[in-house]
Each structure stands twice: as C-alpha cells, then as structure tokens.
Design a protein around this ligand. Structure first.
Ligand code: FES
Ligand SMILES: [Fe+2]
Length: 414
C-alpha cells in the first residue's frame, strides 16, 4: 500500500469540518511529504520571484517550490523560464548562488552545460578521449534537460507550476483577488530591501496566522496602542470564489472606539508616545480609504500594505516543523526619494526585528510546541460563525482561516 493510501486510511478530517484542524496536520511527516506532491508539485501557482530580480538577459534567481530547488532565468530574448535546479546527469544543484548573471548554466560536478532555457548543450568528454570512453553512440542531448515548470507573470511577480494543465494565474486568483493585486502591485516596482528568517513551526501555522484577523490587534499590541490597525475600524474579509485566497482590509480613518478594547485589552489604554513619530508618518496612497491590508494567495504568498509599507511575504517549508520566511519590501519606481524613505521607515513595523510581526514568529512556535505531542487533539475555529464566506463588515472572524482549510482539504483530498 502506498504511503498516501495508508495515510488516507488512518487520517480522517473531523466530522465538524473546517472549524476544526487536527494537530496531526502540523507534525506528521507523511502528511508533510504528501503536501509536497499534492500542493507544491500539484495544481497551484507558486510564487517564484519578482520580475525585477531577473531584469537582464542572463540573470538567474534560485528559489524553492515547497522543498524542490528551482531556478528562474531570463534568456537572451527576454523570455522567462523556470526549471528544477537539478542536473540531468546525477542530480546536483546546477545554480549555486541566490542570483547571478551568466552566459549559460553550468554544473560544477561534471561540467554539463545548459542554455538559459534549460536545454542541454554540452557534455564534457562526450566522445571520450583518443577513441576511448565517452557516451554511447545513441546518446542524444535533446533527450536530457533541466525539468521545466510552466511559468507566467502577473503584476511583476513570476509564478510557476508543475501542472502543465493549470489555467492562467488570473483565473487561479479570481477577479477580486486579481483586482486587489493590481491595486497594490500593478505598476513598476522597486525593491527597497529584503530579509529572511527561520521560524520553528509547520508552514501551515504561518498560512493560518496570516489569515487570522482575530489575533492581529490582540497579539500585536503596538497596532492597538497606536491605532494602526484595530477591529473597531471599518474593515472586513473578502474570500476568493474558491475560498483559497483572502483579503483582510481596514480603514484607519473610520474608527469607532469599541468598549471591548477598554475592558479586555490594556494595550488600548497605554498612554504612550513615540520618540520618533516619523515611524507612523504616512500619506494617503489610494482613494478607497484602505490603510491596512493583508492578502494571501494559496499556498504560501502574502501581499501586505500597512500605511505605506508594501511588502511581499513568502514562506517555504523546510521540514515538518521548520519554515523559512522571506520578506521583500517594495516601493514604486515613480516614488520620490521622500516617499521611499517613508516606506523604509514604516517597514520597521514588520519583519524579524520589527515592532509588530516579530510576535508571529514566536506565537507560531508556541502553537507547534503546544500541539506536537497531541496529534489527536484539534483546534477550535468558530469565531464569526461556522461558515466559510466573505464578511465585509467585520474582522472579528476566523472565516479566512476556515477558507485556507477548505482549499487544503480539496487539494489534499482529505
Ligand atoms: S551531476 Fe551535473 S554534470 Fe554530473
Ligand atoms: Fe500577526
């Protein structure tokens, strides 16, 4: 019996549905392996990199899809390609740097050489030496290449999939998600900075956390004290048609102070001021009034916009209980120097050493440690009801987390 069949045999989703998630999901190595196959190498569009990271012919950028190493290239004609970064000879990594500019791709092990689109061009000692050795006469370079992924770009992002039959990215996103990505990323982008961190939790705890609008103003006390993002601001949750992706949004100007904050949250009443008020200095960027948004794209991408801090978060599994989290802080090419500086200043809110989201790296590990010895126990997610649907007037809901599990169950056949 295959591991997947055995797993389907002993793993049953609770009868209550997506209002529960069994803790086994965060610690079982068989489930983790099956996710690599059914999700990351399955029918999803994976974020690979930004177009600006491979702006010039000959540029490459390495990344991973799930745990599979992948290289994205731009060829001499400007076309973008993505391939598994695994030599067709013995499987060594071919591209070893995070990024580089090269004439062709060369494996260091036995010097097999590939063009920028992954086709095999040269094999060292193919004809042997002095009439001896070499490849058999029927060896055909055209039959060996780096395994290609299907690639598409959308709003400056490069996506890849292992499923050649998957439709276009825009259809995968759905109209509302695509429109909001265009709002945030639909003009020439400029990278302001990047960093990454290892978090010691299963990747799905981070996928949940990003969709968890309930925690944002409770765990992140800075948001509450300084009124950057609170549930008593006008805001809500939009789920994509398939419920896999989501947008959480808030309008800072429309806040009606709620009693709940004063009774249960000390941080709402802190009488604090910033020594450097420039941190929260911002300008109105869009006419829809939205000042804070978190958008997730299944399985592992997030676009965030808080005040004027625009960033992409992308998280890649590194084992059943370890995840690597990447941050790319962005501005627009059209930004003035002052605007760029304001975005950089506001980026201090988030990230590994930021004022807000350092707590997320920590809290997800707390969940991992709290749950790993109780695979049969499960979470309880009924905030905002048991439905999985958009809630345009409130973020006191776990509907987007339920949406993630809805998509997860579909693609995993659980
Ligand atoms: S493994 Fe790449 S050339 Fe041998
Ligand atoms: Fe958070």
């Amino acid at each position: 019996m295959s591991a997947a069949m055995e797993l389907n045999d002993r793993f049953q989703w609770p009868a209550d549905g997506v209002v529960r998630a069994p803790y086994r999901l965060f610690s079982d190595p068989d489930i983790y392996q099956l996710e690599q196959e059914r999700i990351f190498r399955g029918a999803v569009w994976n974020f690979l990199c930004l177009e600006v990271e491979i702006a010039n012919p000959g540029d490459y950028r390495t990344t991973t899809v799930g745990e599979t190493p992948v290289v994205v290239t731009r060829d001499r004609d400007g076309a973008i390609h993505a391939m598994v970064n695994r030599c067709a000879h013995k499987g060594a990594l071919v591209c070893l740097k995070k990024k580089d500019n090269v004439a062709s791709l060369n494996c260091v092990y036995h010097a097999w050489n590939y063009s920028l689109d992954g086709r095999l061009k040269g094999v060292a000692f193919r004809n042997g030496l002095r009439g001896h050795g070499g490849m058999p006469a029927d060896f055909d370079v055209a039959k060996h290449r780096l395994q290609p992924l299907k690639v598409e770009t959308f709003c400056g992002m490069v996506f890849g999939t292992f499923d050649p039959s998957l439709g276009p990215v825009e259809g995968y996103l759905g109209p509302e998600m695509a429109q909001f990505i265009k709002r945030n990323l639909g003009r020439p982008l400029k990278i302001l900075g990047t960093h990454s961190q290892i978090i010691r939790n299963n990747w799905k705890l981070y996928a949940e956390n990003l969709r968890d609008s309930y925690h944002a103003t409770l765990l992140h006390t800075f948001y509450t004290t300084f009124k950057v993002n609170r549930l008593d601001m006008d805001g809500g949750i939009i789920l994509s048609d398939e419920k896999w992706h989501h947008i959480s949004f808030a309008r800072r100007a429309n806040m009606q102070e709620a009693e709940e904050y004063n009774s249960s949250l000390h941080s709402a009443n802190y009488d604090s001021a910033l020594d450097g008020p420039g941190l929260l200095q911002s300008w109105n960027e869009f006419d829809d009034g939205i000042t804070h948004s978190i958008q997730t794209i299944f399985p592992n991408l997030c676009v965030q916009f808080t005040l004027n801090s625009l960033a992409i978060r992308f998280f890649a599994p590194r084992g059943v209980d370890e995840t690597e989290l990447f941050w790319i802080y962005l501005g627009y090419e059209r930004d003035t120097e002052e605007q760029s500086q304001m975005r950089v200043m506001q980026s201090n809110l988030t990230g590994a050493a930021g004022l807000v989201s350092l707590e997320d790296g920590c809290i997800n590990e707390f969940v991992q440690r709290g749950t790993r010895t109780s695979p049969e126990a499960m979470s309880f997610m009924e905030m905002g009801g048991r439905e999985v649907r958009s809630e345009k007037n409130s973020r006191a809901t776990e509907t987007a987390v339920r949406g993630f599990w809805h998509g997860y169950r579909q693609i995993m056949s659980f």
